[in-house]
Design a protein around this ligand. Structure first.
Ligand code: 5GP
Length: 191
């Protein structure tokens, strides 16, 4: 997605050769026009897949996923993150290792917002090791739903996330794929 590549080139900051900071349009300040275009692009890629629900993770996934959910006219539910929870019966639960914070956290979705037997699209802002996406997929599968695919705004293709998700059998659509960081700039995988 050219528009997103452009913004990354203009405003992205590479930290420690490992993390891309895009706070000025994606992770802190949000550009609604850009998000609308991202939502449409995600929806276009999955329009014929019979998606019935979108699942994402708080906080940065929500705005992106909302734009796609509007386009596809389906409900959106986001997993909540907690450091640790008392296990309760009315939530689906999974544990995720945070790439940026370097610690485990729990994610939960209330059972009433994941009815069984639906086709679900998982959306997130970044793909690095695939931990967040795998954790979300577990919640969806525990609910008796099918993960039709995953849509990611920015994939760091030099990290193992895509391979891990594809090995697990998931369709992965990333709007921008970064091949490497070079001299604090992004080199993109050619489409
Ligand atoms: P994964 O679970 O695939 O290792 O990492 C994905 C999650 O970590 C995303 O939800 C995102 O919040 C965060 N993340 C991973 N890499 C980056 C990055 O380079 N920049 C930012 N802003 N977030 C990242």
């Amino acid at each position: 997605m050219e528009l997103l590549k452009q913004r990354i080139n203009e405003e992205g900051l590479v930290l420690n050769n490992r993390v891309l900071k895009v706070d000025s349009f994606l992770n802190h300040q949000i550009d609604p026009g850009l998000f609308q275009a991202i939502g449409k692009e995600i929806a276009d890629r999955y329009r014929d897949a019979g998606i019935q629900r979108i699942v994402t993770i708080e906080a940065s996934g929500i705005a992106l996923a909302l734009m796609a959910a509007l386009e596809l006219n389906v409900p959106l539910v986001f997993a909540r993150k907690k450091k640790s929870i008392l296990m309760v019966d009315d939530v689906y639960h999974s544990v995720v290792y945070s790439y940026t914070k370097e610690e485990n956290y729990d994610i939960t979705i209330s059972k009433k917002f994941l009815p069984a037997g639906e086709k679900v699209l998982i959306i997130d802002d970044f793909l690095a090791s695939g931990e967040a996406a795998m954790g979300l997929a577990k919640l969806v599968q525990d609910a008796g739903d099918t993960v039709v695919g995953m849509a990611i705004a920015i994939e760091k293709s030099f990290q193992p996330g895509r391979e891990r998700l594809e090995k697990a059998g998931y369709r992965v659509e990333s709007l921008v794929r970064i091949k490497e960081f070079k001299d604090d700039r992004c080199v993109f995988v050619e489409d």
